[in-house]
Ligand binder design. Structure first.
Ligand code: SF4
Ligand code: SF4
Length: 501
């Protein structure tokens, strides 16, 4: 008899006095946790299948349910944690690589939480954002080093193509296939109403979403899924994905079970075949090779689209960014090690990469030192959680941020971290038509718009309190930041002083 040695992680606590046996929990749970016991005439639960997505809790009409973390304890110690013991059992059972979704959950420093923002007092007045104009608009792309005028004194527009954003936040790459049609529709509709952009990820662009092209970044990844001339033409910008924060140095793998119907057509691969994107681009082994792809994409789109190069934050990120800036790319997207994912090898997710705050500060400093900061814009992503993170990222040198997990949370994600199973009960990370229907794109886009509207208000309040009235004046303005509880090395890398200094 095989024993898996692992007690269920969660327990379903059902208040039998409240439960009316309506079976709503059973209908809502795609994992098959709840069932009706005909002999006992009560609802029971198979807790080994529970991922704690909270769908049943939300839909129980009598509030009879709660899911709690099991307190069945392992004999853990400082070296052998419960998690480590369970992972050994799982690998001994399966012989396979452990897979996880969402970002690195480990207790590593979150530098955004150790950075505090300045406010004006007495000598430098703050600005009231309700009464004074505040500019949250940003433009991403190369900025010319000088203004040129024609013989009549008129300014010659020598700007390369720019992305205009009403706020310095965009929706990060999430591929159709890893997330559902309705997730993409919600993101596209919200981006278009907000005047920002969403990103196709590496799964191609469903034909229904070409109408949102002006608010779409189309991605070209190593697998080249769904990449063709019309696709490149459709987006406002093209992103070359070299790396992803959740799994630096690792390719993508979408299991064949998710390659069905429109996903297979959009990706241009047969139904049921695994979509495996290689770890490297097989035509890129140097900055010169990257430059060739950058210019091939520019050439293919008649130099009308900015080219973004996305990389994961790794040890020598500053030198890598300097190379990318010289490759002809217009924008660099750096993705921190807390960035989300539909599925990544757990060991890679939890041990590879560096915090985006340190990477961003190092990249901005290097590009400024080399005098090429204005040749390229910087987007940061990888667990941007609030307007405060956005403000801190911009003061550390970013032009804009990508949000992925925060956007999914707005759509109803409960961070159960089971995306890789494909049975997302909230209709987000699934291709099951019955589950996909659970996410209403109208409602989803409204919630995303609400979130961004709230952040916009908060960003304006932060700027007003600092006496700053534009994102442009905040960008790289480290005087507005102070570290708390950081050592000198960390402060030096971030380029900020300690609180009290
Ligand atoms: S949804 Fe609530 S009331 Fe209905 S069967 Fe489940 S626990 Fe009982
Ligand atoms: S998207 Fe769905 S499956 Fe993934 S973490 Fe969120 S709720 Fe869970």
């Amino acid at each position: 008899m095989s024993i898996d040695y692992i007690y269920s992680e969660f327990e379903v606590v059902r208040n039998q006095n409240r439960c009316t046996n309506c079976r709503a929990c059973e209908k809502q749970c795609a994992n098959g946790v709840h069932y009706f016991d005909n002999d006992k005439k009560i609802m029971l639960a198979d807790e080994s299948k529970c991922v704690n997505c909270q769908r049943c809790v939300s839909f129980c009409p009598t509030h009879a349910l709660k899911i709690v973390k099991s307190d069945c304890s392992f004999r853990e110690n400082a070296n052998w944690s419960e998690q480590t013991i369970k992972e050994i059992y799982k690998q001994a059972n399966s012989g396979g690589v452990l897979l996880s979704s969402m970002g690195n959950p480990n207790k590593l420093p979150v530098y955004f939480d150790r950075i505090l923002i300045n406010a004006s007092q007495v000598t430098n007045p703050s600005i009231d954002p309700l009464r004074e104009p505040m500019e949250t608009k940003v433009f991403l792309g190369k900025k010319p080093s000088s203004i040129k005028r024609d013989e009549n004194g008129e300014i010659i527009n020598n700007l390369t193509p720019q992305l205009e954003l009403s706020i310095p936040v965009m929706f990060a790459a999430m591929s159709y296939g890893s997330v559902s049609y309705n997730t993409h529709k919600s993101l596209a509709m919200a981006a278009s109403k907000l005047g920002i952009l969403y990103n196709t990820g590496e799964g191609g662009l469903h034909e229904d979403f070409y109408v949102y092209g002006d608010n779409t970044i189309v991605q070209v990844a190593s697998g080249r899924f769904g990449v063709h001339e019309k696709y490149l033409e459709a987006g406002k910008a093209i992103e070359i994905k070299m790396g992803q924060g959740a799994k630096p140095g690792i390719g993508g793998h979408l299991p064949g079970t998710k390659i069905v119907g429109d996903v297979s057509r959009t990706r241009m691969i047969p139904e049921g075949s695994d979509a495996i994107s290689p770890a490297p681009h097989h035509d890129i082994y140097s900055i010169e090779d990257l430059r060739q792809l950058v210019y091939s994409l520019k050439e293919a789109t008649k130099y009308k689209k900015p080219i973004i190069v996305k990389v994961a934050t790794v040890h020598n990120i500053a030198a890598i960014a300097s190379g990318i800036a010289r490759s002809g790319a217009d924008i660099i997207a750096i993705d921190g090690f807390r960035g989300g994912t539909g599925a990544a090898p757990t060991r890679i997710r939890d041990n590879v990469g560096i915090p985006v705050e340190l990477a961003l500060a190092a990249v901005d400093k290097r590009l400024r030192a080399e005098g090429i900061r204005n040749n390229i814009s910087l987007i940061v992503g990888g667990s941007i959680r609030s307007a405060a993170d956005v403000v801190k990222a911009i003061a550390l040198g970013a032009d804009a941020c990508y949000i992925g997990t925060a956007a999914l949370l707005a759509l109803g994600c409960h961070l159960c971290r089971a995306c890789q199973i494909g049975k997302c009960n909230w209709g987000i990370a699934t291709q099951n038509p019955e589950l996909v229907k659970r996410l209403d794109p109208e409602l989803g886009s409204k919630r995303l718009i609400n979130l961004m509207t709230a952040w916009k208000h908060e960003i304006k309040e932060f700027m007003g309190s600092m006496g700053i009235n534009s994102i442009e004046a905040l960008r790289g303005n480290r005087l507005m930041l102070r570290g708390i509880g950081l050592n000198q090395k960390e402060l030096d890398i971030l380029g900020i002083s300690h609180a009290g200094e």
